[in-house]
Write a protein that binds this ligand. Structure first.
Ligand code: SIN
Length: 298
């Protein structure tokens, strides 16, 4: 079977027109979905009507599932019956939050602050606010390819330090601070800021809101450089903003994209999404001469 696809934008993404994710899918279709995903970086499926078990089962066809650790000790972020599903939601039941509010309000790729960042993520929209609550996606391969050569020479093959501990309060101001135990469990990690995709071999810019420092660059200068690189990566020519409909599911590749949940009026409206997350492997950069630079935790 060949998938019927429709581009979402010039920058990134395709809508898959010919597959009902809730139906039984043969290995050939899964292989086609994977190939389309690698080509387009994000795939949109419409009118997906499935149970949490089907969401988990489909994602598992693409790889091992990551169970998201709680972000802060008081917050339950995973589905009570399916811990493989992270609940991204501002909905409360009996006054108690049922998911993580304001998750991903800032450009990032999932797991960039972890030693093994996530390969991919699949977000399913169950309730969306009218006319808001969009998610923007950036194609970081295109962003890398369009880098100013002088900037590229400064960062090519360099490692950047990503820090949950330093950025937690900034990125999640509404959550309690991390406990000392949580801090110990989330050590800083150094990742190549130019990252080779393990399946396509293409290089992407690998930076995001947990990055705090670039190897060999003085701290303040490095922060300014990270800000410049982030602004570059999310230029309109590299991005697509998705206006969600109930039943939409988007599969993205964290190795060559960034995404950002756009803030919405979450006092007035409910937004309820469920996400499965694929395990990833050690990021690396393969230099043209063959040298390989890998992520590490000091
Ligand atoms: C996320 O960062 O995974 C959440 C994105 C969203 O809710 O739009």
């Amino acid at each position: 079977m060949t998938l019927e696809l429709r581009p979402l934008s010039d920058a990134i993404g395709a809508e898959v027109l010919s597959v009902d994710l809730a139906s039984p899918l043969g290995d050939g279709v899964i292989a086609d979905i994977r190939a389309a995903w690698l080509d387009h970086n994000i795939l949109l499926f419409r009118d997906v009507d499935w149970t949490p078990a089907q969401h988990v089962a489909f994602t598992r066809r693409l790889g091992g599932l990551h169970i998201m650790p709680g972000l802060a000790h008081e917050t339950s972020t995973n589905h009570p019956d399916y811990p493989e599903i992270m609940v991204v939601s501002n909905v409360k039941r009996n006054g108690v939050p049922i998911g993580l509010r304001r998750a991903g309000w800032g450009w990032h790729s999932d797991g960039e602050d972890k030693r093994l960042p996530n390969m991919g993520s699949l977000l399913h929209a169950l309730k969306v606010p009218p006319g808001q609550g969009d998610t923007a996606f950036a194609n970081t391969t295109k962003a890398y390819e369009a880098l100013d050569p002088a900037i590229c020479a400064r960062i090519e093959g360099k490692l950047g330090r990503f820090s949950r501990v330093e950025r937690h309060n900034h990125n999640y101001p509404d959550l309690p601070p991390l406990t000392e135990e949580e801090k110990a469990g989330r050590p800083d990690v150094w990742h190549p800021v130019t990252r080779t995709h393990p399946e396509t071999g293409r290089t992407a810019l690998y930076i995001g809101r947990w990055a705090v420092e670039i190897e060999g660059v003085p701290k303040a200068e490095g922060e300014a450089l990270i800000e410049d690189l982030t602004q570059h990566a999310v230029k309109p020519e590299f991005t697509y903003t998705h206006r969600w409909r109930k039943g939409d599911a988007i599969l993205w590749d964290n190795r060559c994209t960034q995404h950002c949940a756009l803030p919405f009026d979450d006092e007035a409206y409910e937004r309820h999404m469920q996400r499965t997350t694929l395990e990833g492997d050690t990021p690396f950069y393969e230099a043209p001469g063959g040298a390989r630079i890998e992520s590490y935790v000091p």
